[in-house]
Design a binder for this molecule. Structure first.
Ligand SMILES: Nc1ncnc2c1ncn2[C@@H]1O[C@H](COP(=O)(O)OP(=O)(O)OP(=O)(O)O)[C@@H](O)[C@H]1O
Ligand SMILES: [Mg+2]
Length: 319
């Protein structure tokens, strides 16, 4: 397949240092004791890149990184064998604290403010992405935008990626997703809530979601995935629509579920897998990620063993 062996680029404009702490019986307004914690260089594009490296695919990471606390990222990129093309921005990359309570099975998020890249940093990022898109097969833009970066910056990057002949994959939400869709990416993966916001009305039935996904597919987005949490995901490609359902699993942490699904779809494309096998692999990878703590899937085998238990049903018709 044409994407085989080609470099994959992931763009994270708003990365984060994830500090995950386990606090049994966590209570607001009280003194809470941390039973264990882990600090990770993260952000959606960085997580996706991590999964792609498990498949031994060549990966370059880009986006914006704060100069003050870049070390934890640089170490991860070096450890995992990723090429670092992040634009450095003065200040600190944001920290996101996740409090996991194993008793109530809840996650509490405390998100710090992030960097504020200016127009000059955005122009630099656009230049880097233009350069990288000449050789890359796929460029993934994932996550939210930092304060002050216009929603259409995603549209701008998509147009640059397409002009250089690469495929643009986008996972974002709100106005940035709307601007992305306008620019005609190659793949999007909104969840049900993001899709409802995009179309501007509630999406209650599966049929309704499939119809919207078909409409976007017909308008030029090659692959439209709509993820539905524990219910799995809907996929539309070349007018074909299918629902992929994971088996019932013990959910430990849903952090990184969406990233694993994107990573699986992109890896499947890079490996030249047909749609159904890509869908099966992506669903298994995301379910396996949910079965463990933290956004990074430790072992591809967990996903492999889930693959035969993924139920895929095809939707008939094409209207
Ligand atoms: N409880 C679960 N059990 C099995 N699989 C799950 C579960 N939750 C999520 N998944 C898998 O992960 C995929 C993505 O999850 P979800 O729809 O929650 O994405 P998301 O809302 O974009 O998540 P994120 O917060 O990572 O952006 C689902 O389509 C499904 O395949
Ligand atoms: Mg998501």
């Amino acid at each position: 397949m044409q994407n085989k062996g080609k470099r994959i680029v992931t763009v994270t404009m708003n990365p984060a240092i994830d500090l995950a702490c386990t606090v049994p019986g966590f209570a607001a307004g009280a003194v809470n004791r941390v039973a264990g914690y882990q600090s990770d260089a993260a952000g959606k594009g960085v997580n996706i890149a991590g999964l792609l490296r498990k498949f031994d695919l060549p990966v370059t990471v880009s986006g914006f990184l704060g100069t003050e606390n870049a070390r934890i990222f640089e170490k991860r990129f070096a450890d995992l064998g990723m090429t670092d093309e992040f634009v450095r921005v003065p200040g600190e990359t944001r920290i996101g604290i996740k409090v996991l309570d194993p008793e109530s099975k809840s996650t509490t998020d405390i998100n710090f403010p992030g960097l504020a890249p200016d127009a000059k940093h955005m122009d630099r990022l656009a230049e880097i992405i233009e350069q990288l898109s000449i050789e890359a097969g796929i460029v993934v833009i994932a996550g939210s935008l930092p304060v002050g970066v216009a929603p259409d910056s995603v549209g701008r990057l998509i147009r640059i990626i397409k002009d250089q002949g690469a495929k643009a994959v986008v996972d974002t939400s709100g106005p940035a997703l709307a601007a992305a869709v306008e620019a005609g990416p190659w793949l999007i993966k909104p969840n049900d809530a993001e899709l409802a916001e995009l179309v501007g009305r509630p999406m209650d039935s599966l049929d309704d979601m499939v119809a919207e996904a078909r409409r976007m597919n017909a308008s030029g987005i090659a692959t439209v995935a709509v993820s539905l949490g524990a219910r799995g995901a809907v996929f539309v490609e070349d007018g074909q629509a299918m629902l992929s359902q994971p088996p019932k699993i013990e959910a430990v942490s849903t952090v990184g579920a969406g990233d694993a699904m994107i990573g699986g779809l992109v890896a499947g494309m890079a490996l030249g897998l047909p749609l159904k096998e890509r869908v099966r692999m992506a669903t298994a990878l995301s379910a396996a990620t949910v079965m463990q703590a933290g956004p990074a899937l430790h072992d591809l085998n967990t996903a492999k063993t889930l693959e035969p238990r993924i139920a895929i049903t095809t939707f008939q018709g094409g209207g």
